[in-house]
Structures are given as structure tokens and as C-alpha cells.
Write a protein that binds this ligand. Structure first.
Ligand SMILES: Nc1ncnc2c1ncn2[C@@H]1O[C@H](COP(=O)(O)OP(=O)(O)OP(=O)(O)O)[C@@H](O)[C@H]1O
Ligand SMILES: [Mg+2]
Length: 386
């Protein structure tokens, strides 16, 4: 069991800053995911924790103790690498026994530990085989087994399911989650797949270009993304963004898009205060990004209650369980997710109906989220023209 903490950690490779002033705390027993695109600094973060890289600045703590000077072998943290390397000429048993033999454990103890670990991963019938005779999923299990067998304080898994086909990934996802629950040990899981992070993790750290964007529960990163990057990374299809002009209108503010406008009513509306504080120094920004998720809009052929925005169907993508519709909304292309039973022909004129509780405002310059309707007062929606 372990608590892992990075305090203000920076790691550079020549001119590249792979990890920048990173602060993270991974709690004891937590299933923690690090999510980000290629080059985000995910692997570097794991290597810093396990001790294969030394921070240029900042400190890595293991169970509250500064660990920068502790040799990787003494940290008692197991890492399963991105391109897992099993010894090809050793059997599954010998691959799994390797870390225990390194530690000079007695033979019968090694036998017992390997058997027990193999059983929990359902690979006990494969112990005599060599890696070349295993499927991708089985090889993955052996690599995880080799990390588990010595019962380290924490496990770091670097994209462990990346090379598996979709069905196997799904199966392994459930099993890893089960295993972690049974072991109750700290697990850091690196992935670039938001569905994996969302479905498995207790908390997710979203990284981009070495910089932490947000660290919170799956629900929080989904419902209250810290910025445009997180709103685009989490959820599929990604959040829609449209630009609106901010126009003072007496006591009210109009957020005016070409085909609709949201009214922020009254001088005390919390969205107004949020916009003002985001524009620090200036009275109000000139533009704002309105963000809404494809699953938070309904598409109808007649106007419904609430906020109706005119749009035209561009492309219809049936995916089986749901249908993704691309729509033209003024000069913008946005997506909506509708039930598979809803029939929408291309080029049809329709109305988009927002969920008034789930509209976000983002600072147009910095991309930071400044306001979400569900947290405060909703906006009034002004009628728009087709
Ligand atoms: N040993 C190294 N020497 C030079 N640059 C490196 C080294 N290791 C990583 N980098 C650079 O640091 C940045 C972060 O790399 P890292 O491997 O941590 O990213 P990642 O998030 O794991 O990406 P991926 O999803 O592709 O595995 C990248 O720009 C990478 O090219
Ligand atoms: Mg990597």
C-alpha cells in the first residue's frame, strides 16, 4: 500500500519539458488514471515515480518520504511498461518467478507465489508455455502477473491494454478493475483512451504537453471540465464549442451567436461575475465560447420548450445503440447524439434544444471554463431565426 505524491516536479529532456511543475497526489489504495494524448508526459510521470528518471526540479514522495535519492530497486513499486518485454526464451512460470529469484526467495515460496498470482489472473494453465505461444491478452496477463507477484507497494501500468483488440480490452478492463479492488493496492494506470480512464479510475489526471489540466473524479471531469482541452478529451463525441459575442444590453448581457442568443439576466447573475473575474483587468471579454455536449442536446423537427436553436442536418451516422448527427448551426458544425429510432434525413431543417442545466461558458482566449449553468442560474434563451 502506498501514497504517492509529486510536488512541483519538472523533467526536461534537452529543450523538451516532458513534465512541467506537476503536483499530484495518488492516495493509498486508489485506482488512479493518467490520461493524455501522445507526448503528454504520461510515461515520464510513471518513470519519475518508479525512479527511472530523476526530477530536474521538485520532489517525489512515497508514503510521505522524499524519494528522489532512493534507488528504483528500493522503492518497491512495480511498473508494467508500455511495450511489455517478456523474456521470450523463458516459460510463463520463469517470467513470473524472475523478480522473486532476483530477491533470492526460497524455491517453495516462489512456487507458491507464482501459482497463487497465476490463478488470480486465470493463467495458471499456461505456466509451462513460452510467450510466443500466448495470445496478446494472455501475454498482457503474464506481464501484469510478473509485476504483481512480489506484492509491491504500488503498481504503475503504462497503456497495458493498448495492443489488444476491442473485445479483449473490454474483458481485461473489467478484470483489472476487479483485481485492483481485491488487492486494494495503489494502481496508477496510464492511457490515452478516455473511456478506459472514465470506466476504471477513482480519479483521473488529465495531462497535456507536460502540464496537468485537471485532476478529479470521472464525474467531475465530465460534468465540470476545467478547460476546453478537458472538455474535448473527455466524452465522445467531444464537447461542441461555438463562439458568441458578449454584448451588454442594459442590465443584462447577451451572448450572441449568429443564430441564437443567450441572455444573462440582471447585473447580479453569477455568470456575469464569472465573466468579469475571468477578464481580470478588463470590464468584460468581447467573446465567449459556449460549450455543450452532443448528448445534452435534443434534435426535433418542431420547437420544444426551452432554448430552440435552428440547425440543418448535415451527416447522419448510425452507430447501433445511438446515432450521431452532424448539424450546421449558422456557420458552425456541431454534433448531437440521438436515439437510434429517431429518423433524420440529411439537409432537413431542425431545432436543437439545449439542456438548460448543462451549458458551459469558456474564456475564448485561455480556454478556461468560467461558468456552468447547472451550478447556478440558467440563462434565458432568446428566440432565433431560421
Ligand atoms: N529519453 C528521452 N529523451 C528525449 N525526449 C524524451 C525522452 N523521453 C520522453 N521524451 C519526450 O518527452 C515528451 C513526453 O514523453 P512521454 O513518453 O512521457 O509521453 P507519453 O504521454 O507517454 O506519450 P505516448 O502516449 O506517446 O506514450 C515527449 O515530447 C517525448 O518526445
Ligand atoms: Mg508513453
Amino acid at each position: 500500500m502506498a501514497n504517492l505524491r509529486l510536488e512541483n516536479v519538472t523533467k526536461r529532456f534537452g529543450p523538451i519539458t516532458a513534465v512541467k511543475a506537476l503536483n499530484l497526489e495518488i492516495r493509498d489504495g486508489e485506482f488512479f488514471s493518467i490520461l493524455g494524448p501522445p507526448g503528454a508526459g504520461k510515461t515520464t510521470t510513471l518513470r519519475l515515480i518508479v525512479g527511472l528518471e530523476k526530477p530536474d526540479e521538485g520532489t517525489v514522495y512515497i508514503d510521505g518520504e522524499p524519494a528522489n535519492e532512493i534507488h528504483p530497486g528500493k522503492r518497491d513499486i512495480a511498473m508494467v511498461f508500455q511495450n511489455l518485454a517478456l523474456y521470450p526464451d523463458k516459460t510463463v512460470f520463469d517470467n513470473m518467478a524472475y523478480p522473486l529469484r532476483e530477491r533470492k526467495l526460497p524455491k517453495d515460496e516462489i512456487e507458491r507465489l507464482v501459482q497463487a498470482t497465476a490463478k488470480s489472473l486465470y493463467i495458471d494453465h499456461l505456466l509451462k508455455r513460452k510467450p510466443a505461444k500466448l495470445s496478446g491478452g494472455e501475454r498482457q496477463r503474464v506481464a501484469i502477473g510478473r509485476a504483481m507477484v512480489r506484492k509491491p507497494k504500488a503498481y504503475l501500468l503504462d497503456e497495458p491494454l493498448a495492443n489488444l483488440d476491442a473485445l479483449l480490452r473490454l474483458e481485461m478492463r473489467v478484470e483489472l478493475k476487479r483485481l485492483q479492488g481485491e488487492l486494494g493496492q495503489t494502481l496508477v494506470y496510464v492511457t490515452h483512451d478516455q473511456v478506459e480512464a472514465m470506466s476504471m479510475a477513482d480519479r483521473i489526471a488529465v495531462l497535456n504537453k507536460g502540464v496537468l489540466q485537471q485532476c478529479d473524479t470521472p464525474e467531475a471531469v465530465y460534468n465540470f471540465p476545467a478547460n476546453r482541452f478537458v472538455a474535448t478529451t473527455i466524452g465522445s463525441p467531444p464537447t461542441n464549442f461555438v463562439t458568441a459575442d458578449v454584448r451588454p444590453h442594459g442590465d443584462n448581457l447577451l451572448l450572441a451567436h449568429s443564430v441564437f442568443a443567450l441572455a444573462v439576466e440582471g447585473g447580479r447573475h453569477p455568470a456575469r461575475a464569472a465573466l468579469e473575474s475571468a477578464a481580470a483587468g478588463q470590464a468584460l471579454p468581447e467573446k465567449v465560447l459556449i460549450g455543450f455536449r452532443p448528448e445534452d442536446v435534443r434534435v426535433s423537427t418542431s420547437q420544444a420548450n426551452g432554448c430552440n436553436v435552428p440547425a440543418q442536418v448535415s451527416v447522419v451516422e448510425p452507430l447501433g445503440g445511438e446515432t450521431v448527427v452532424d448539424l450546421r448551426m449558422g456557420g458552425d458544425l456541431v454534433k448531437a447524439v440521438v436515439p437510434p429510432t429517431q429518423r433524420l434525413e440529411e439537409r432537413r431543417h431542425v431545432w436543437l434544444n439545449f439542456d438548460p442545466e448543462r451549458v458551459h461558458l469558456f474564456d475564448a482566449r485561455t480556454g478556461q471554463r468560467v461558468y456552468t449553468t447547472g451550478q447556478g442560474e440558467p440563462f434565458a434563451c432568446l428566440e432565433a431565426v431560421h
